[in-house]
Design a protein. Structure first.
Length: 230
């Protein structure tokens, strides 16, 4: 996706909620597609819109040898250097959402360090069908993460990096690099890049109708208008 196109798509989706995008998908006869499994939830309530940057991790097939603590420290260093690393970090562009298929392995591929590192490079958030750890720090750092579960476990001996910038599976949805990802308290939805503008057209239509209806209710209740109805 060229830079101008990225910027236009990000601006087009900026005001849209997950529910609006779901409506936009329905208006394009995509009722069966796009909504990521409801088990993938935010670490804390927030909202992001971005362009999918994908990565795939798979279960580690090798044994963990018996060793001393000092030997294990060296082995862990080797593991993160050669087996389970994050090469996608080098490719992050502002506006990306990093979407990770980690085969639901019970470990925290995402944690307070690597999520903040990507966030500093312009990533808007992360979605994974696996685990995330250091969640107290992630909340403190205000890094948006949606995950299948919270895991206490480190990666070594459990999972390895396999590929980046490839089609992956996430919560019943295929995600390709360049797809549009919207995530908020309602969960996560993925829009295929080829449908981005058509979906946004009707998502905006439904959002506008919702704002008009709720604005009337705000007036009748004597409630001060907020950003959700302006």
């Amino acid at each position: 996706m060229v830079e101008k196109d990225r910027e236009e798509i990000l601006a087009l989706y900026a005001p849209l909620r997950v529910s609006d995008v779901r409506d936009g998908m329905d208006w394009n006869m995509m009722h069966h597609y796009g909504s990521v499994s409801r088990t993938i939830r935010p670490v804390y309530r927030t909202r992001v819109v971005g362009i999918a940057r994908t990565a795939r991790y798979v279960p580690y097939e090798g044994p963990v040898p018996t060793m001393t603590g000092e030997e294990y420290t060296a082995w862990v260093s080797w593991y993160y250097r050669e087996v389970c690393h994050d090469p996608w970090q080098n490719d992050i562009e502002p506006g990306d959402i990093v979407v990770i298929d980690q085969a639901e392995v019970d470990c925290g591929v995402l944690g307070s360090n690597n999520t903040l590192a990507g966030f500093a490079k312009g990533a808007r958030g992360y979605v994974t069908n696996g685990g995330v750890r250091d969640t107290d720090e992630i909340i403190l750092e205000r890094v948006p993460v949606w995950s299948n579960f919270i895991s206490q476990k480190m990666d070594q001996g459990r999972i390895r990096f396999e590929a980046k910038d490839v089609k992956i599976q996430l919560g019943g949805v295929s995600v390709e690099p360049g797809d549009i990802v919207v995530a908020d308290g309602d969960g996560v939805i993925v829009v295929p890049r080829k449908l981005a503008r058509d979906v946004a057209k009707y998502a905006h239509q439904e959002l506008a109708k919702d704002k008009v209806a709720r604005r009337k209710l705000y007036f009748s209740l004597g409630r001060e208008l907020d950003d959700s109805v302006n």
